[in-house]
Write a protein that binds this ligand. Structure first.
Ligand code: SF4
Length: 238
């Protein structure tokens, strides 16, 4: 275990993973991750979007009892909760945790005013996503994320294994080389359940007040916080 990569004992190893296989390195990265950290030290923070479905399928092949956390803001689409139910039924050995913020929506409205997401979305994301993930990661050495390089310019330099300054953790991104077509090819080939909103021009799905359809070709995250300068929920920014 002395060679385990941790935030404190950081070394860059992303270049050591072969990427020529069918999973473009994802399988090798996950095997390394679940061999390096005990299953209590590593968690996959999942949005249950399309990338998440692929990652969950690959993870359960490597660690059938993996811990997956869904940041349940209380503001997700019913279709998102539906796909979580379907994934639980398909892979019952996984430990899927629906983590809610300490502050309820009612208390948030009383303290900050109603519809905080319209006035101060960064504060809303902090309360309902960032703080809950920080609470989860306090006991973890590494977390997995479904970031892909082609998703947006902000993500173009993401590595397989990243030193996560925000959460003082190790962030593992097995899908960095996957394209949107790769994701859907894997889902269809393996007949995996997915959020049906993807069939209604929602390429990226977050909370319903901050997610819109994307009616033109372009940035797959264009429907997130549309009309504002915000592009990230804060989990992947410093
Ligand atoms: Fe709030 Fe919108 Fe962030 Fe969800 S995505 S936590 S509703 S600001």
């Amino acid at each position: 275990m002395s060679t385990t990569v941790t935030y404190e004992n950081w070394r860059s190893i992303s270049g050591t993973f072969p990427i020529e296989d069918e999973t473009k390195g994802a399988r090798a990265v996950l095997e390394w991750a679940y061999n390096s950290y005990s299953k209590n030290q590593i968690v996959y923070a999942s949005s249950f979007g399309a990338e998440a479905i692929v990652l969950i399928d690959l993870i359960q092949q490597v660690e059938p009892h993996a811990h997956i956390v869904f940041l349940d803001t209380g503001l997700h689409f019913l279709e998102t909760y539906d796909v979580i139910d379907k994934i639980e039924a398909r892979f019952p050995s996984l430990r899927i945790e629906r983590k809610q913020p300490a502050i309820t929506l009612e208390d948030q409205a009383a303290q900050y005013g109603s519809a905080l997401w319209k006035r101060e979305p960064n504060k809303c994301c902090e309360l309902r996503k960032v703080i809950p993930l920080r609470e989860t990661l306090v006991t973890k050495q590494a977390w997995i994320s479904g970031l892909r390089r082609e998703q947006s310019p902000n993500r173009a330099n993401t590595e397989f294994i990243n030193r996560d300054e925000k959460f003082k953790n190790v962030k593992i991104c097995p899908l960095i080389h996957w394209t949107w077509d790769d994701v859907w090819s894997h889902i269809r080939k393996n007949d995996l359940p997915y959020n049906i909103l993807h069939d209604q021009q929602y390429p990226s799905i977050g909370c319903f007040p901050c997610t819109q359809q994307v009616l033109a070709d372009g940035d797959s995250r264009a429907g997130r916080w549309a009309g504002s300068s915000k592009t990230e929920c804060g989990l992947h920014t410093r």
